[in-house]
Write a protein that binds this ligand. Structure first.
Ligand code: NI
Length: 393
């Protein structure tokens, strides 16, 4: 099976580079992936897949039927949206959309989904069960997975794979992590209402700016004293506004921030924990407050068996050196986690780092992948999909 997959992927490789370059030159923002999804639907149809468009607003599904001997369905999810960044690369296929760029590699992800569909469509008689390819919009605004799930794409699906490129992993390598891969990301808004007064007479006022500074300091200190140190949490206040003049005590402060956590227990407790601290401080100093804690995406937690399948597939396809076991999870967020609320799954990282060139990070205007990664990604994904039917019970 492996030899067949490799041969077929090598045959398709030049076409896949073309596809990736087309997608790179025509990036579209989150929720506006109209041309991208039409293009993807066209490629999927030409491989004989059953295509459904306009799923999850601008998403696409491609269904590949297996031989029918196994009733399970495996989903493979790739995303396809770009970012509001002006590209600073001099490439023949550089972005033709001013101010929009595939700076997170979702052009490569969509290509990997298509490549895997091309390779597996040639083997479909030999696949015991069905494969559903999900081309998801709006990952960058963490809404696309929710839209897809709301439209029922996970009905009848038993497991899911996803992939993200990573410039700090060299090309031809696959980054694997068991358990937590990315963090939960919640949003926090705190509004403090004090009472205005003269800057010279603080005792006649309730200083919202001073109280806000107590809130920020206490939240940071309380993480280290009241939260389990083995369960990482990052709380960052990224924006703060309040006050009008040097000699007027501010009666109002609003601040917003992000809260990242890896452990489900911390994630569950954080809204009440923040509320208690903020209320306690504001009450002590006579201010009123409002805490709006908005749950974002949960943590991506990779399933043991499905991760093992990716690891074994990588070792067999590319040798032991190609596997990079990732020691740490990331406090970044990924809405792939939304699918994992429904079924077990695994997201792996695909190395796209150039050997002798600066590798700029994701979301950088000079982010550039080594395209050799496409072959590695397609073979790994297709071979892992074949193994799923043998291993996962
Ligand atoms: Ni991304």
């Amino acid at each position: 099976m492996l030899a067949e997959i490799k041969k077929s992927a090598e045959k398709f490789a030049p076409r896949l580079i073309e596809i990736r370059r087309h997608l790179h030159a025509h990036p579209e923002l989150s929720g506006e992936e109209h041309q991208t999804s039409a293009y993807i639907a066209g490629v999927l149809s030409s491989c004989g897949l059953n295509v459904t468009e306009a799923v999850g607003k601008t998403g696409v599904i491609g269904d590949l039927a297996g031989s029918g001997s196994d009733s399970r369905t495996l989903a493979i999810r790739t995303d396809m949206d770009a970012l509001p960044i002006q590209e600073h690369l001099e490439l023949d296929f550089a972005s033709r959309q001013p101010g929009i760029m595939h700076a997170c590699g979702h052009d490569v992800h969509a290509t990997l989904g298509l490549g895997t569909a091309m390779v597996l469509s040639q083997l479909s008689g030999k696949l015991p069960g069905n494969i559903r390819f999900l081309f998801q919009p709006a990952e960058e605004i963490a809404l696309g997975a929710k839209w897809m799930v709301e439209d029922g794409v996970m009905e009848g699906v038993d497991a899911i794979y996803g992939v993200h490129v990573f410039p700090s992993i060299p090309v031809r390598r696959v980054g694997i992590r068991y358990g937590a891969l990315t963090s939960a990301a919640d949003e926090l808004e705190i509004v403090i209402q004090g009472e205005s007064g003269h800057g010279a007479r603080p005792h006649q006022a309730i200083d919202a700016i001073w109280i806000a500074s107590q809130v920020i300091t206490t939240l940071q200190q309380a993480i280290s004293r009241t939260q389990n140190p083995l369960h990482p949490i990052v709380l960052s206040i990224g924006q703060i506004e309040g006050g009008r003049a040097p000699n007027i005590i501010a009666d109002y402060v609003r601040m917003v921030g992000t809260v990242r956590s890896l452990h489900p227990e911390s994630h569950a407790n954080l809204p009440q924990w923040v509320e208690n601290i903020v209320q306690g401080i504001c009450q002590t100093y006579g201010a009123k407050c409002q805490v709006n804690y908005r749950r974002g995406v949960p943590s991506v937690h990779n399933d043991q068996i499905l991760t093992q399948i990716i690891e074994t597939a990588t070792r067999e396809a590319w040798g032991d050196d190609s596997v990079q076991i990732l020691p740490d999870p990331s406090l970044g967020a990924e809405d792939f986690a939304i699918y994992l609320d429904k079924v077990p799954g695994c997201m792996f990282r695909l190395g796209v780092g150039h050997q002798n060139k600066t590798n700029y990070p994701l979301h950088h205007p000079k982010f550039e992948v080594d395209e050799d990664a496409i072959l590695t990604g397609v073979v790994t994904m297709a071979y892992a999909a074949c193994k799923y039917w043998q291993v996962a019970a």
